[in-house]
Structure formats: C-alpha cells, structure tokens
Design a protein around this ligand. Structure first.
Ligand SMILES: *Cc1c(COP(=O)(O)O)cnc(C)c1O
Ligand SMILES: [Zn+2]
Length: 465
C-alpha cells in the first residue's frame, strides 16, 4: 500500500523518516524515539468531530460496522495507518466519561466540572487495550507470530488477551511477557497466565525487564508491544477523543493522568497536537502528569532540573546525569502504585513534548495520599487500582496550590480497574501491621467482627448512623 503513514525521528536535529512498516523502535541514525506521522492531505479526515457521531448508528452493520463498536477504531480516520480490513478489535475503548459531583464536592470542585474517564472498563481492565488494539493490528499486518512486552502487569494482561482473542486458525500469535519478580499484582499476573502467555519472571524490576525484552526482541525477532512501539500511542490517542465525545466535543481545561512509562501522557499530547493542527479543536487542555513519589523521575527532571522539550532539542546530559546518579546510589523505584513503579520512562522525550504542547505540569504524590484517594474514588464511583488514584491525588494538590481553579473543567483518567489489585484495597480498609501509619487511613471501611447471633448483629448495626 502507498501508505498515508510513515515514521519520523523525534529529534529536531535528525528527523529521519522510515516507512510505516519498518520495524525498529529507535532511529537508526541518532537513537531517538520514532513517531507515527501522516500525510493528512491524503487522509479522509472529517472537518468536524461531530462526524464521529454517525458511528453510533452504524455499530454492528455489515462491513466496517464491526469497527464502530470499538472506541479506538470508530475514530479510525485519526489514526490512518492500517486498512479497515486489517484492524483488530475485541471491544476496546467502550469506556465512559462519568460526571463525578460527589467526589468533586469532596475535593471542592463545582458541580458539573469534574469527570472521571473510566479506562478500567476495557476488556482486560486497563487503558492498555486502546494501544494494544493498534499495535496488535500492526503485528498482524507484519505477520508476526510472536509478540513480546515487559510489564508491571497491565501491558502483559492486555497483550496476552489480544494474542488469545485476536489469534485466528491461520494466524496464531503467541504472547511472551517479561515480568519482574514479586512485584506484579495478582489480578494482572492471573490474566497473563489464563490467556496463555508464555510468562518469564525475571529476577529484577520493570526497568530490568524493559532492557531485556528489547534485547530479546531484536535477537529473536519478536514484535515489541511496549509503548516505545509508536503504534501503541496511536491507539491511546483515542482516550482523548472519547473525553471530547463525552463533553459534547467541548475541550476541558485539564486532563490529569498518572505517569509511569509515560506512554499515555505522550499519546495525549500527540492527540491534542494533531487535533489542533487539523483545526478540529479551538484550543487544547492543560495536562498534569502525576508521578508516585517513589518513582518520580519525570518530576525530578522537569521540576528540579528544568528539563524541557525545547522544540525537539532535549538536553540529554541532564537525563544521563540523573540516570548515572540513580545507578551510583543503587536507586530502585518503589511505590504501592505498581503500574507506575518505573524509574527510566522510555517515552520521556514524547512526554516532554506533551507538556510543551499543553503548557502542562508535573507533580508527585506519596503512597499514603494515593491510597486515601483511591478509597475516595471507590467510595464515590467505580473504583480503580492504586496507580490510577494518583491522578485524583494530584488534582487535590493542584487545587491546593491554586494551579487548578475550582470552577475549571477537570478530567482525571482512571487507568486501571479496581479488581486488578484487591490486595491493596483490602489492606487499606482492614489495615495491616506493616503499614507505617496504621491509624492514618481516614477512609478505611473495615468489616465488623460479630458473633453468629441476631442480637449481636442488631447491636453491631445500630452503631451506624
Ligand atoms: C500502564 C499504567 C499506567 C502508566 O501509564 P504509562 O503510559 O506507562 O505512563 C498507569 N496506570 C495503570 C493502571 C497502568 O496500567
Ligand atoms: Zn534520528
């Protein structure tokens, strides 16, 4: 196919281009990340986002109607790298933007101004399915038989699901996942095992796995499905399209997202950049990326060292110095929010671009604050896993700092489902002896122990208001 899409080096000093189907995840000339770029003049881009509303009535129709079920592919004109017949879908992105006034009130935001985008409602229970639908489509198009990723859990769950549900008799695909030892939440590990992924538990952490999976993929010709695969980010752009859809195509003031490997932040930045360039939105929202304090590389580099996108000329020496000092001190990321327990985010440069495009900010929140906000989210909504709650914890901080105003429209992305990590939830509510502040869990809702006796049960219930 004479493709509308190609790949281009992110570095402003290089800008080498590659065909859309070329498989390498770093520029062979300078080592930077690659971006998917489009010749928009040749693409069938609608001139108004309202065009996509027509897809609500064509769901399930013969032909391309199967794609209109998908929250990724119903926006296919905005990620035109594959033919419709090639697009793989298992029902990803059928998620909702929920107005959350009760939680908003708790935070001091005006009614009607606070929204939660529930990406935990994806088929594998996290936003990763948005990106995986796109990257798996590319894996099939390139006729790979094996796909691989390093994972703190959700990437492997998602990839394993696509490899199982997206395999066909004439094109079976095997999933190979690299996970660290002892770190992975059971909800996530159980999915990879159940969907039949060949699972390697490496004696190391996520950052070690990330390094090894790149080496192994190059050596064994596996298709790498981590978010340094630029097609992952194409799929994840659609989270922003659905937020817009949920707001009747009005641009919110703020998008808040937890930052781990920074794929999501990067995808969001690219989505807004393109929408603006295409004239499909009048302005872009500001982006807030929230690190866990125990995995705060972006926060340190952006806020303490002043690292910036700088029009594609990033000061790499600031990054190298920081990574060297992490090595010298034996620093390892450590947080209860395991999905963002990452110290060397591979998409760092793209996240810096996202921050530049959106006039964004970066903050860090500690584990106790994350868990308190996770409990609040659960109390007033669908719940989420710990990493996701960093977004709302970050919002609280930004409201306190008056960076965000209480009458602005704010969207927090809830990245993963509550049942991914029930251990963390139960530990919070019931308490555990290892906790540093066993008393300080203001939203704990512990079960009450009661005898098997009606009077005792009535007495216990009478203590509730
Ligand atoms: C992967 C993941 C993140 C981090 O997203 P990045 O794109 O790696 O920054 C956050 N929350 C959950 C639940 C995740 O699965
Ligand atoms: Zn380059």
């Amino acid at each position: 196919m004479d493709s509308i899409a190609h790949q281009v080096c992110l570095s402003a000093d290089c800008r080498a281009t590659y065909a859309a189907d070329e498989v390498q995840f770093k520029c062979t000339r300078c080592g930077s990340l690659l971006d998917v770029a489009y010749d928009w003049n040749r693409a069938a881009v609608p001139n108004d986002l309202k065009f996509f509303e027509s897809r609500w009535s064509t769901v399930g129709r013969q032909g391309q109607g199967r794609l209109d079920f998908s929250g990724v592919w119903r926006f296919r004109e905005l990620l035109p790298f594959a033919e419709p017949t090639e697009m793989v879908t298992i029902g990803e992105g059928r998620t909702i933007l929920q107005q959350a006034d009760l939680l908003g009130r708790e935070l001091g935001i005006k009614p009607g101004h606070f929204f939660l985008q529930y990406e935990g409602l994806n088929p594998s229970g996290s936003f990763k399915d948005n990106g995986m639908a796109a990257a798996f489509t590319m894996a099939r198009r390139l006729a790979y038989k094996q796909v691989a990723c390093a994972s703190t859990g959700n990437t492997s769950a998602s990839m394993a699901l696509y490899a199982s549900a997206g395999s066909t008799p004439d094109h079976p695909v095997q999933a190979i996942v690299f996970v660290g030892s002892g770190k992975i939440a059971f909800g996530k590990l159980s999915q990879a095992l159940d969907y039949g992924a060949r699972t390697l538990q490496i004696d190391g952490d996520f950052d070690d796995c990330m390094k090894r999976v790149q080496e192994a993929s190059a050596k064994l010709n596996l298709y790498l499905m981590n978010s340094m695969n630029p097609y992952r980010l194409e799929g994840q752009k659609t989270i922003m399209y659905r937020v817009l859809e949920g707001l009747d195509w009005e641009v919110p003031d703020w998008i808040i997202v937890p930052g781990g490997n920074l794929g999501n932040s990067s995808a969001f930045g690219k989505a807004w950049l393109e929408l603006k360039e295409l004239g499909l939105v009048p302005r872009v929202p500001r982006l807030a990326i929230i690190n866990a304090a125990g995995a705060n590389t972006l926060h340190t580099l952006f806020n303490d060292r002043g690292l910036r996108w700088n029009d594609g000329r990033i000061d790499q020496s600031l990054v190298d110095d920081h990574f060297h000092s992490m090595d010298a001190t034996g620093y390892k990321a450590k947080t209860v929010a395991s999905a963002i327990e990452i110290s060397r985010p591979v998409n760092l440069p793209k996240a810096l671009r996202a921050l530049a495009v959106t006039d964004g900010v970066v903050r860090e929140v500690d584990d106790d604050t994350i868990l308190d906000h996770k409990a609040l989210i659960g109390r007033y909504g669908f719940g989420c896993e710990p990493a996701s709650a960093a977004s709302v914890a970050g919002l609280r901080l930004l409201l306190e700092e008056q960076v965000i105003d209480k009458d602005q429209r704010v969207v927090c992305i809830l990245t993963g489902h509550e049942l991914k990590d029930p251990d963390a939830t139960v530990r919070y509510h019931v308490g555990d002896e290892q906790s540093s502040h066993p008393q300080a869990r203001p939203h704990a809702n512990a079960p009450i122990k009661v005898a098997d006796d009606l009077d005792a049960i009535c007495k216990a219930l009478s203590t509730f208001e």
